[in-house]
Design a protein around this ligand. Structure first.
Ligand SMILES: [Zn+2]
Ligand SMILES: [Zn+2]
Length: 494
């Protein structure tokens, strides 16, 4: 299943710029690139930086170009500049490709633990934070064409960030269908012993969004800050972007102070504020390429959290009804229902088993398929292996991440039944990391049948996520484990 399917096919960006400058240099660069590929027995040892061989080839090429620039500046200098550009881009991209044949731990240099914030703020929940950030991201982009909408987000977006968003291409056009594929913490900085310090979090995003009939793939880095002394508000309080102090819907006559409570709230004193927003790239997506990415990464080593065992035991000790088998059965139920709902373009089937954010994401793709009169058919899908890799627990949620290896028939057809992608005959293997969440106070064996965990009636659920018989809200993990995240092998970093 292609949940991440919105990225343009990986292209060798630098090659385009180089095309005009001669085949010779391209050959050189590609040769260097080939040298950089792991596969000749290079290993990636957890903990060290992400250099994985090939550096020698790069250095040789650079040295050659420097000499060329010295002797034939007219040719050498431009080539050298391009080569430096090329390597800069390559270095930036390389971490995603680092791998080894050994199981490895999450390398700290690439992956930052949001959980570290709980040391300062015991009410901090990475799950609640991620949910907040997902919604803020979508809301900020949707607001960027309307100054008044942007100003209403002043407590959460610094003036610089709002200005940056307002001038983003296509200027003034309404942004719709913002869907985040990957959100990854890349740095978490605690203030140390400083009393008045701030917690800084840097996040990288890969997303899709549309403006009119155009769609874009967007890579961005966001830097958020919050005063170190702040304690997180409970999940319900952060669902709307109101005043971070009093919760009233935010308006301000001096664009700093909340009209309701009179506090200055646009400085991260009460809640997270985005201080800096860096656009890495924005690529227009040709309509035909939307949703077609070849599967890769299935044979990458499994990334296991260093404290998996201890945390899993602590979780099972708190809830003896939770066993590996029961969790597996629950995950397989979700897997089946998700595939069926996806394949039949029936979001109602999926609704009881996924978090709100996940549902928005899946429904976006189901709607897109419907609009295009296409269908992604999934048949004979089965999970061959399920490996629990990570457990996190905070004040509000428990979360379990498992890697699944699965296989099945996966193809896309148009209204006339013509196959557009994939194969209706050959099964395809793939692997993904699934994160399930459940309320931190909930206990009991995970269910593996589709009935309401509150009233036991057969599952019939509204789009808002409530049981139609008893009204219980099932999709925040208040009753049982629900799927909150699917990450692809190549983007999962622990
Ligand atoms: Zn207020
Ligand atoms: Zn019910």
């Amino acid at each position: 299943m292609r949940f991440r399917s919105f990225k343009p096919p990986p292209r060798r960006g630098p090659r385009l710029h180089l095309a005009a400058l001669g085949v010779g240099l391209i050959a050189l660069l590609l040769a260097a690139d080939a040298l950089a590929r792991p596969g000749g027995g290079d290993t990636f040892s957890g903990g060290s930086s992400s250099s994985s061989g090939g550096g020698g080839g790069d250095a040789e090429l650079l040295f050659f170009l420097i000499r060329l620039a010295f002797y034939y500046p007219q040719l050498g200098v431009p080539l050298l500049i391009i080569a430096v550009l090329y390597f800069t881009i390559k270095m930036r991209k390389r971490p995603a490709e680092a791998w080894s044949s050994q199981p490895r731990l999450a390398p700290p240099s690439r992956h930052a633990e949001l959980e570290a914030i709980a040391k300062l703020d015991p009410d901090f929940s990475a799950i609640v934070f991620e949910d907040f950030v997902f919604r803020l991201y979508a809301t900020a982009h949707q607001a960027r064409s309307t100054p008044a909408d942007l100003d209403a987000l002043a407590p959460f977006l610094s003036p610089a960030v709002r200005a940056e968003l307002a001038k983003r291409d296509p200027v003034g056009q309404t942004i719709t269908d913002v869907v985040i594929g990957v959100m990854k913490p890349i740095a978490v900085q605690l203030p140390g012993d400083k009393q008045d310090g701030e917690v800084i979090v840097r996040l990288s995003f890969e997303s899709n969004m549309s403006a009119g009939d155009r769609s874009y793939h967007v890579d961005e880095v966001w830097t958020l800050a919050r005063a170190a002394a702040v304690r997180s508000r409970p999940p319900d309080a952060v669902r709307a972007f109101g005043c971070p102090n009093c919760g009233a819907s935010y308006s301000s006559s001096d664009s700093q102070r909340c009209d309701h409570c009179g506090q200055v709230v646009d400085d991260g004193r009460f809640d997270w504020q985005v201080r800096e927003l860096r656009l890495v790239q924005q690529t227009p997506l040709p309509p035909t390429q939307r949703g077609s990415v070849p599967e890769r990464g299935g044979d990458m080593p499994t990334i296991v959290h260093p404290q998996l065992r201890a945390r899993w035991q602590a979780l099972c000790a708190a809830d003896p009804a939770l066993t590996h088998d029961r969790l597996r059965a629950r995950t397989l139920l979700i897997y089946r229902e998700l595939n069926a709902g996806w394949s039949e373009l029936d979001p109602a089937k999926i609704r009881p088993f996924v978090s709100d954010g996940m549902f928005d994401y899946l429904r976006y793709w189901i709607d897109t398929f419907k609009r295009r009169q296409q269908r992604n058919v999934l048949k004979d899908m089965r999970v061959e292996k399920l490996t629990v890799v990570k457990v996190t627990r905070d004040r509000y949620y428990d979360a379990i991440t498992a890697r699944i290896h699965a296989v099945g028939i996966d193809y896309t057809v148009d209204a006339a039944g013509k196959t557009l992608r994939g194969s209706a005959r050959a099964p395809r293997s793939y692997s993904e990391y699934w994160t399930l969440i459940r309320g931190a106070t909930v206990r009991g064996a995970p269910r593996d049948e589709p009935s309401c965990p509150s009233c036991n009636a057969p599952l019939k659920i509204s789009m808002a996520g409530t049981c139609e018989y008893c009204g219980a809200l099932l999709t925040r993990g208040d009753f049982d484990w629900v799927l909150s995240k699917i990450e692809q092998d190549e983007s999962y970093s622990g």
